[in-house]
Design a binder for this molecule. Structure first.
Ligand code: SAM
Length: 750
């Protein structure tokens, strides 16, 4: 693996040397290079060794904003190296089966513009690299299913450059800039007067009504293709059958079934609705209708259809099961009733964990927030523990969807941080292609400080814009981790305080949660389970107050937080930041230094070495001194303000370390006193609520060791209650009983 890595790096370095003018490669040379690439991919696949996840880009990828109608035709022979050909559209045709490496790579040829017949060998060819074109993350030898040999392509504003292996190529990053022209489409003005060197056996897309094809024959073809699970081909056959004989309810219903298999629910719904307008429909068609409605997340309508079907024939298990599921989704969508415990189990057993649950929008609305753009505020007084929203990802790439041996090379100069961007960006582009009507809500998301909002033209579907998608992902992504379960407190960075930045692999985009602004002491928590993102209030939030989540752990030091948020182009003015900003800068720096010192001692602290107690106690004493003294009289605080003792978050990790040292030396009295302090210091905010579950349980364990039965029971109840605030009433109890099953077994519970 390392050899390949070094080789790739060397190639990249070489490619950055100044190069002399290169001669244009012949068709034969290009095809040989392509064949070598295919052989290389074959070797990689045979060895099962690695794939590259990142692309090498010497300039920021661009997306064409121009409309095809305004572009001038250009040919391969007219391309200039290291140039984006603004105002032009390249017309070409694929001459070989493509291969997928980091990009889909193929050889394309020029058309022949009128004139005398040109021998095939003299027609100019070049390499075309299509990035983000497929959302498949690995390498593949033959990708003809995406791009059959002979496909005519229009490439908007092509970028011509030399690739990392020294071979020139047309690099296209934006799938929206590639137009595939079906074979039978002959009247495109851009193709007028063009011929090709020879005839290639291309069959691309649905082919129009060929004389002699009967609707019945085409339907039969479609059924056979469906039986072989060739759903795209089946759809093409049914489409042809409908062209020959429009208005066949059976063919429409069959095509709907093929769309259902491809999870193209809207298309399935359109077909089945058209079929039901023609006749009443069989049970089969009406079940398809219910499935299309369910898939389109129209659960109530699906339930009405299913209810009638149940009355007709209650024996069909599939109908009953779907009816039950629809009712579950309605309870989720309207009442926020999610069986969290079951959803956790589902996420553990589903690979990849795409979960079938409804979205829910709780008592919140979107509004402008001064200085922050848009945000989410409550529409009524909200109690702690209330579900604010549940949202299914617009697109997500899970860690285990990526190759285990994936090499992450981030040499894309425009973006060093996001090694997994190509996958999620390609997935978003695919979703827009499949469901263009969802593009608007995506493009409306914040794309960074310097990027103006997209302008939409009424009635026009926005194009795929890879640059904007990349920026949107950068500004709004959340990293999914499989389950956000509470754990016993440890002096390692606990899962609760694990930085979102630590989850390097998986990444996802959720539309409504993308409107949540950040606070370092947030009043809400987000929990990602599979592709679902739940947001719950962790404090009582009065009506019209903003709901905020943490973009980073609040136990990060002030300087760390400022730096990370600066990278996201804003300065936080939450209560914690205002509090710490008011401290003299030397106090903040001392705190930072002391916390680093604590980090350095951690390995020895982990061993439980009692010699660590004096230096740690000293660090804690000095840390306390970096904060202003606590007021001696109680303050009158607003319901949204944290008390001053809960703003000294820098003390939490060192105090947990001290607890460990005391507990491992058998001094349970001191250990429990420290933990009680820590519990008091942890506001119920963001991820710290998870710590409160763990710490209350650790106190219960200490009380158990000290024989304090009543206290033990009290703290177990506290832990359980905190868990219910995070996961919801009842459900939190189930989660708590599972997580702490060993404790419950040993210590008993009420
Ligand atoms: C995920 S978006 C949140 C929604 C965003 N406000 C909008 O209008 O779409 C992240 C962006 O919101 C803004 N933002 C989030 N939290 C903020 C805060 N506490 N203060 C100022 N701006 C904030 C920043 O511009 C940040 O890059």
């Amino acid at each position: 693996m390392n050899d390949h890595f070094t080789e790739a790096l060397q190639k990249m370095m070489l490619s950055q040397q100044p190069r002399s003018h290169r001669h244009r490669l012949t068709r034969k040379e290009h095809l040989q290079i392509h064949e070598k690439g295919v052989a290389g991919v074959r070797k990689i696949l045979a060895a099962g060794r690695f794939q590259l996840s990142q692309t090498f880009a010497n300039r920021a990828p661009h997306s064409s904003k121009a409309s095809l109608a305004n572009l001038q035709r250009i040919t391969l022979s007219q391309l200039t190296q290291d140039t984006v050909h603004y105002g032009c559209v390249l017309v070409c045709r694929t001459v070989v089966a493509p291969v997928k490496y980091t990009a889909v790579q193929v050889v394309v040829e020029d058309p022949i513009v009128n004139g005398p017949r040109t021998p095939k060998e003299d027609v100019v060819v070049d390499r075309l690299s299509l990035y983000n074109f497929v959302d498949f993350t690995g390498v593949r030898e033959d990708t003809s299913e995406w791009l059959p040999v002979g496909t005519r392509l229009l490439i908007k504003e092509p970028y011509y450059k030399v690739a990392s292996d020294g071979v020139p190529m047309i690099r296209c990053d934006n799938p929206g800039d590639v137009v595939l022209v079906p074979n039978e489409e002959v009247d495109r003005p851009l193709l007028a007067g063009l011929r090709w060197a020879d005839t290639l056996p291309i069959v691309y897309g649905p082919i129009g009504n060929r004389s002699g094809e009967s609707a019945e024959g085409l339907k039969r073809n479609g059924n056979e293709q469906f039986g072989r699970k060739e759903y795209v081909a089946a759809i093409a056959s049914y489409t042809r059958a409908l062209e020959v004989e429009p208005g066949s309810a059976i063919v429409l219903s069959n095509r709907a079934q093929a769309y259902l298999k491809l999870e193209q629910f809207q298309q399935a719904l359109d077909d089945v609705e058209a079929a039901l307008k023609i006749d009443d429909g069989s049970v089969k068609t009406r079940l398809r209708y219910a499935k299309a409605l369910y898939g389109s997340r129209k659960y109530e309508e699906a339930s009405v259809v299913l209810q009638k079907l149940v009355q007709l024939d209650a024996k069909i298990t599939e109908i009953n099961e779907l009816h039950l599921k629809a009712q579950g989704r309605i309870a989720e969508q309207h009442h926020g009733q999610y069986k969290m415990f079951d959803i956790f189990q589902e996420a553990r057993t589903t690979h990849p964990p795409y979960l079938d649950h409804a979205d829910h929008v709780g008592p919140v609305r979107i509004t402008a927030i001064p200085g922050k753009g848009r945000g989410i505020v409550t529409t009524r007084d909200v109690l702690e523990g209330t579900l604010i929203l549940c949202s299914k990802a617009y697109a997500v790439v899970f860690e285990d969807e990526l190759d285990a041996n994936l090499i992450k090379i981030s040499i894309d100069h425009s973006d060093k941080s996001m090694t997994n961007t190509p996958h999620i960006v390609a997935r978003i582009a695919k979703r827009i292609q499949k469901e263009p009507w969802t593009a608007k809500e995506l493009y409306e998301l914040h794309a960074g400080p310097d990027i103006p909002p997209m302008e939409f033209v009424d009635g026009e579907v926005p194009q795929i814009d890879i640059e904007r998608i990349k920026n949107i992902v950068r500004a709004n992504n959340f990293q999914p981790d499989d389950a956000f379960y509470p754990q016993a407190p440890s002096n390692d960075k606990s899962s609760a305080t694990k930085s979102r930045d630590d989850f390097q692999s998986g990444t996802g985009l959720w539309i409504l949660p993308s409107l949540l602004n950040h606070s370092c002491v947030p009043n809400a928590i987000y929990i990602i389970v599979g592709d679902l993102l739940f947001v719950r209030a962790m404090q009582n939030i009065p009506k019209d107050n903003e709901v905020c989540v943490p973009y980073l752990p609040c136990t990060n030091t002030y300087n760390e937080r400022v730096k990370k948020l600066k990278a996201r182009s804003f300065r936080c003015s939450c209560q914690l930041c205002v509090f710490e900003r008011a401290h003299p800068s030397h106090a903040r720096e001392t705190r930072q230094r002391l916390l680093k010192e604590h980090e350095r001692l951690r390995d020895r602290i982990r061993t439980g070495d009692p010699a660590m107690i004096p230096p740690l106690t000293n660090i804690i004493a000095q840390l306390r001194d970096t904060y202003p003294p606590l007021p001696t009289t109680s303050l009158l605080l607003s319901p949204t303000t944290l008390p001053p003792h809960q703003l000294r978050l820098g003390l939490i990790h060192p105090l947990i370390s001290l607890y460990h040292l005391r507990a491992s030396s058998g001094d349970f009295e001191s250990a429990v006193a420290i933990l009680r302090d820590v519990f008091e210091m942890q506001p119920r905010c963001g991820d710290l609520t998870v710590n409160r579950v763990d710490i209350a349980m650790a106190i219960a364990r200490m009380c158990d060791a000290l024989g304090e039965e009543m206290e033990k029971r009290r703290w177990m109840r506290v832990s359980e209650n905190e868990c219910e605030i995070i996961y919801g009433e009842g459900e939190g109890k189930r989660v708590w009983r599972e997580v702490f099953s060993k404790d419950v077994e040993m210590m008993g519970s009420d």
